[in-house]
Design a protein around this ligand. Structure first.
Ligand SMILES: Cc1cc2nc3c(=O)[nH]c(=O)nc-3n(C[C@H](O)[C@H](O)[C@H](O)COP(=O)(O)O)c2cc1C
Length: 203
């Protein structure tokens, strides 16, 4: 079984990085294989544009026609094809990112927008049978506001047929104590381990 961990933070010194490593450890504890997309490290392109569809040659870019052509030709920008293969292979897709202005970092928004063109995820059921685990770090926004922000991100995966697991939202990261941080990391590891261990049995 495989977990794809999609991680969106520019700094390896961030708490997001530590949480990502904990998630990874939890899946490994349960005997799962890890596939990783460290988006900043990969230099992942954040913006969807016509170059995502290399066989589209019309002068004016029409996204519906371009993505339909890519679907028929089975050709996308190589960066997208690599991510699509990772998505197909994964049983769980886990995300780790910081909340920035009540949303995901642009690089992660781009990952979602570029990798799920028409024909991949919808209407075909690529995500059916997969589970999505969303973990994020945040500042001091009230938990309900952060939940609403994460729900918007989760919504797309739910629409495409994935099961959304309870979110891990870690607040007040910049003012938390060492003990608080260690507890959060232990919790993330355990959530990932349980997600993997109960994958077949949990609804
Ligand atoms: C550009 C920017 C926007 C932010 N917006 C929010 C926000 O809307 N809500 C919030 O609670 N924290 C916000 N924060 C705080 C970050 O979420 C917080 O610093 C981060 O999650 C800390 O974890 P890290 O070590 O993984 O970066 C923002 C930080 C930055 C840099």
């Amino acid at each position: 079984m495989k977990a794809l961990i999609v991680y969106a933070h520019p700094s390896p010194a961030s708490f997001s990085h530590a949480v990502k490593e904990s998630l990874k450890s939890g899946f490994i504890d349960a005997g799962w294989e890890i596939i990783e997309s460290d988006l900043y490290k990969m230099g992942y392109k954040a913006c969807l544009d016509r170059y995502d569809y290399p066989t589209y040659t019309e002068e004016v870019f029409n996204i519906d026609r371009a993505s339909t052509q890519a679907l028929n030709d089975h050709v996308y920008d190589r960066e997208i094809e690599i991510e699509m293969d990772k998505i197909r292979a994964a049983n769980v897709i886990a995300f780790q990112f910081p909340i920035w202005w009540s949303t995901t970092p642009a690089i992660l928004t781009g990952w979602l927008q570029r990798n799920f063109p028409i024909g991949f995820g919808w209407p075909d059921p690529v995500l059916s049978g997969k589970k999505v685990l969303i973990a994020c770090t945040a500042g001091n926004n009230p938990k309900e506001e952060l939940e609403a922000a994460v729900k918007l991100f989760a919504r797309s995966f739910e629409f495409m047929g994935a099961k959304i697991l309870p979110y891990i939202i870690i607040t007040s990261v910049n003012t938390s104590t060492q003990e608080g941080r260690e507890n959060e990391l232990a919790n993330a590891r355990e959530v990932a381990r349980e997600t993997a261990a109960n994958f077949q049995t949990a609804p």
